[in-house]
Design a protein around this ligand. Structure first.
Ligand SMILES: Cc1cc2nc3c(=O)[nH]c(=O)nc-3n(C[C@H](O)[C@H](O)[C@H](O)COP(=O)(O)OP(=O)(O)OC[C@H]3O[C@@H](n4cnc5c(N)ncnc54)[C@H](O)[C@@H]3O)c2cc1C
Length: 429
């Protein structure tokens, strides 16, 4: 007997136009139109395949909303009992300290700040993993930023980063001391290392986390990151494997103020790798600074331009404003995609995460993918001709108007020397 056809419905406001339902439908009955999926009832057979793949639960059958809800399994966050005993052997929060020639990447201090919070919530130790050559000073400094202990491997083979010896060193430490959480900066180096370690340990790795909290009851790390093009935030749990591993981009977390009276216990280990085991040799090391890239991530003031600039020449205006304020330029992806400016300036989900004291956004609509990269700025000034632009939702100061009238006025005030104080001081309108 043929089953009666069920009528598919959609909650339009919840649809993120990801296209998964369209791809899954065997009858070609769903298409993406503008900002919503549209159902062709002539073709839809009510098979329900689309409902299963929808990441936002915006599809349902008429009359079955409550049944669907009732049937939805509860999210179990407890650790599988048979694994509990084994998992409990893993204790402590570890941070990988990225350094080059003794210079620590600030993301490591930021992660120690977050790690301190996680370790306190778990009631365990916060440790730093320090690998390199002549890294004693680095190890001592990890204490200033919150670490209780530093596991150190100091070896000439670790003078410059190469995946194999660094991964082997980390694996040795993790296998021996069994931390329950390992955090690594989502830098070029960190992304390479984290993937190599997680693969060898057969554990999960959540990249580019924007939120990390402890579920104290389950003793699990709740790892939150943007998913589906940044339209939803996914919280990921690693229930059955240890350590729980995450990478976090620079400027997402905040470092503790260094306390030079804080002492760290140092544990030394050796590297069991020889030069012959390593397939890569470093011929020359040229630091990134030589390339004269803008240092957006650690800039205090960023003047960013979007598609509203209308043409690449608009960035000349933004540069003038940035220079007058002693800041640097930033950009939205729309302008980078249009070829108006290099990707080095892009702020957002597929660009850089920044945390300046002042962020001026001119002609930027405030799409979620842009906002995730700049919303933690201390003060946000938005200039947009559309009073409904999303950027105004997160702006401390909003100026509705044509940026070609507003920005020259700001430049004038910045050159007169009173704009920064107005925007960053107590008052200022
Ligand atoms: C997977 C994925 C990743 C992405 N990653 C990023 C990312 O890292 N960074 C990012 O920025 N975007 C990213 N995007 C793109 C993002 O969704 C937006 O498309 C983009 O941010 C829009 O850039 P915009 O605000 O410059 O342009 P628009 O959205 O076109 O906005 C232009 C704004 O300028 C205003 N305007 C026009 N003329 C003037 C004027 N004369 N004066 C004042 N205002 C004016 C308009 O009112 C409008 O609000 C990503 C998208 C996806 C799907």
């Amino acid at each position: 007997m043929r089953k009666a056809k069920r009528k598919l419905q959609i909650i339009a406001g919840q649809c993120i136009v990801c296209g998964l339902c369209e791809g899954e439908c065997p009858f070609d009955a769903i298409h993406m139109e503008g900002d919503v999926a549209v159902i062709d009832y002539e073709l839809c057979t009510g098979c329900g395949k689309c409902i299963k793949v929808c990441p936002t639960d915006c599809l349902y059958f008429e009359g079955e909303e409550e049944a669907e809800e009732a049937a939805e399994p509860e999210v179990a966050e407890e650790v599988a009992p048979e694994l509990e005993a084994g998992l409990a052997e893993y204790q402590g929060v570890w941070i990988y300290i990225e350094q080059s020639g003794g210079q620590v990447h600030p993301v490591s201090w930021e992660l120690l700040g977050k790690g301190r919070e996680l370790a306190d919530a778990l009631g365990c130790e916060l440790a730093a993993m320090v690998l390199g050559e002549d890294v004693d000073d680095v190890a001592v400094a990890t204490g200033y930023y919150g670490a209780d202990k530093a596991y150190v491997i100091d070896d000439p083979l670790l003078a410059h980063y190469r995946t194999h010896p660094f991964a082997e060193g980390c694996l040795k430490l993790v296998r021996e001391y069994r931390p329950e959480i390992v955090l690594i900066g989502a830098t070029t180096l960190g992304r390479d290392l984290a993937g190599a370690i997680a693969t060898d340990l057969h554990t999960g790795l959540t990249a580019d986390c924007t939120g990390l909290v402890i579920d104290e009851q389950a003793r699990l790390l709740r790892q939150t990151r943007p998913a589906f093009g940044g339209n939803i935030m996914a919280t990921i749990l690693c229930k059955e494997h240890r350590p729980q591993m995450s990478t976090v981009r620079p400027r997402v977390m905040e470092a503790l103020a260094p306390d030079e009276t804080r002492q760290v216990a140092i544990v030394r280990e050796t590297l069991e790798v020889s030069e012959e085991d390593i397939g890569v040799a470093v011929e020359e090391f040229r630091p990134d600074a030589d390339l004269d890239k803008p240092n957006l991530q650690y800039a205090e003031i960023i003047c960013a331009g979007g598609r509203g600039l209308g043409s690449p020449r608009g960035f000349e205006l933004m540069k003038e404003l940035a220079d007058a304020l002693g800041g640097v330029m930033g950009a939205s992806r729309a302008t980078v995609d249009a070829g108006w400016i290099s990707h080095d300036y892009q702020v957002g989900q597929t660009g850089l995460t920044v945390r300046p004291r002042l962020y001026i956004a001119a002609g930027i609509s405030g799409a979620i993918q842009h906002r995730v990269g700049m919303q933690t700025a201390d003060t946000i000034v938005a200039i947009n001709s559309d009073p409904e632009a999303n950027i105004f939702q997160i702006a401390d100061f909003g100026i509705v108007g044509d940026l070609y009238e507003v920005v020259p006025e700001l430049i004038k005030q910045a050159k007169a020397g009173n704009l920064k104080e107005k925007l960053l001081g107590d008052g200022g309108t």
